[in-house]
Write a protein that binds this ligand. Structure first.
Ligand code: COA
Length: 184
């Protein structure tokens, strides 16, 4: 566990911030399944987040790989035993020319939106990334995901590109990917 905290002014609830390990794999997949079902804003649809034994093993290894890399981190917010929010900081690659760049991915269960958890997790990710020696942080976001774009702009990210029709949704519509970045 990293720390226990409350978000002042927004909720008096007590949360725990945890760098999750392989022992949290079931809680993590349960979280990812819900967040990916809540909206079309995550990379996968909820039904693509599998919960069978093979998926659990694959995810356990992914979590372990991040634990083993001192320049990557997966941080989760727990409400009791349930993961309610998560952020990951990853390298862009292991090569020297791009060693200054990291990417992030974030999600919060919808019943916990608007409490400040997204801001809190972004602050933790930025602090970790600076400490790990990155100078640039990058992300991609769907063009219709206005809440996330609001969070990223608040955290100092600017739009630096757009991939047309990057996402083809089940209803036949498409969304662009907006590429954003900030200096650390
Ligand atoms: C995007 C997300 C992480 C924001 O998390 P959150 O905990 O609700 O964010 P916060 O409460 O810290 O709000 C941070 C800022 O985001 C913006 N924001 C939040 N909700 C918003 C909304 N509905 N419309 C516009 N801006 C919004 C605001 O700028 C807000 O700052 P403020 O409260 O000072 O005005 C959350 O909505 C989420 O998980 N969505 C589903 C998954 C997702 O979209 N992940 C990102 C994929 S790129």
């Amino acid at each position: 566990m990293i720390k226990t905290f409350t978000i002042s002014g927004k909720t008096e609830k007590e949360f725990r911030l945890v760098e999750i390990g392989p022992e949290h794999v079931e809680q993590y997949l349960d979280f990812m399944h819900q967040v990916s079902s809540d909206s079309h804003f995550m990379n996968r649809y909820g039904d693509e987040v599998l919960l069978d034994a093979e998926a659990v093993q694959v995810e356990r290894e992914r979590i372990q790989a991040i634990n083993d890399d001192d320049r990557e981190i997966r941080l989760s917010v727990f409400d009791g035993e349930k993961i309610v929010g998560n952020i990951v900081v990853r390298r862009i690659s292991k090569h020297r020319k791009t060693a200054h760049r990291c990417s992030i991915g974030i999600g919060i269960r919808k019943e916990y939106h608007g409490m400040g958890l997204g801001t809190f997790l972004m602050e933790q990710a930025v602090a970790f990334a600076k400490e790990a020696g990155y100078t640039n942080m990058e992300l991609g976001v769907l063009s219709d995901n206005l809440p996330a774009q609001g969070l990223y702009k608040k955290m100092g990210f600017i739009e630096c590109g757009r991939i047309p029709e990057a996402f083809r949704l089940d209803d036949g519509t498409t969304a662009d990917e907006i590429v954003m970045y900030r200096k650390l």
